[in-house]
Design a binder for this molecule. Structure first.
Ligand code: NI
Length: 254
């Protein structure tokens, strides 16, 4: 039972074989559910189109911090019809990225906060991107207390404790398999099995031993196996727990 809680099959990296991959390869490998995350209006629409085409795919719609600049001042108007779609299960991905700083930080915060408030009003969870912006991300999450997940979690164990205490889930992906993954492994050890989501963030974040190649949801078991080793349990237990958690958070039947 593979539930990939965070993928980008709209990416041009999948243009050559998207249909074969989504219609055949993923289901044959046991991929049962995927949440495809938009990054702006166009990719959110693309995510919904994939969700309409494939039963097992669901969509998250939102504006990523990288796209805040191109999207102008925050407005919920273009997002509302997307979020009303029956297969849109979350507002995402949204957040702050001070590593690349592709958008001015004030504008990133405006979009992040606006979309958290929108999610709260619509009773939808958020899918949060936080890259080198832990303090500001946590400040807005603590202030508004949305339901959701901090995806590709890159904070410390201390931040993980805060995030869990706020009722949020923690998303772990390929980074836990990297050779130098000290903190992600500590976080994997710390997060209880009932608060963990598995994700690819594909086409990015390909797990070991496939680094350098395109990522996809069939590689989720490698992440589960690494987490299972850290937690001294087995891969199937991690896969099953993560699937149950994602189903609960996103309101998706298994
Ligand atoms: Ni992503």
């Amino acid at each position: 039972m593979i539930f990939d809680s965070h993928a980008h099959y709209d990416s041009e990296a999948f243009d050559p074989d998207r249909e074969t991959l989504l219609a055949d390869v993923l289901p044959a490998a046991g991929v049962a559910r995927v949440v495809n995350c938009g990054s702006d209006e166009a990719t959110s629409r693309f995510s919904l189109a994939l969700a309409e085409q494939y039963d097992y795919i669901y969509a998250a719609c939102g504006v990523h911090p990288h796209e805040a600049q191109a999207s102008g001042r925050f407005s919920e108007t273009p997002l509302l019809p997307l979020l009303a779609h029956p297969k849109c299960v979350a507002v995402g991905e949204i957040g702050l990225d001070y590593h690349y700083d592709f958008s001015p930080r004030d504008l990133q915060k405006e979009w992040f906060e606006g979309q958290i408030l929108l999610a709260n009003r619509l009773h939808k969870p958020v899918i949060v991107h936080d890259r080198e912006a832990h303090a500001d991300t946590w400040q807005l999450l603590a202030r508004h207390r949305p339901a959701g997940v901090v995806h590709c979690f890159s904070g410390s164990v201390e931040m993980a404790r805060d995030v869990l205490n706020a009722g949020l889930y923690i998303g772990l992906g390929g980074a836990v398999t990297f050779k130098n993954a000290r903190v992600p492994v500590e976080v994997a050890r710390f997060v209880p099995l009932d608060r963990l989501l598995l994700e690819t963030d594909c086409p990015y974040m390909t797990p070991v031993p496939h680094r350098g190649r395109r990522n996809d949801s069939t590689l989720i078991p490698l992440i589960a196996a690494r987490i299972a080793a850290v937690k001294q349990t087995d891969e199937q237990t991690v896969l099953a727990a993560a699937a149950q958690n994602a189903a609960r958070l996103f309101g998706v039947p298994l």
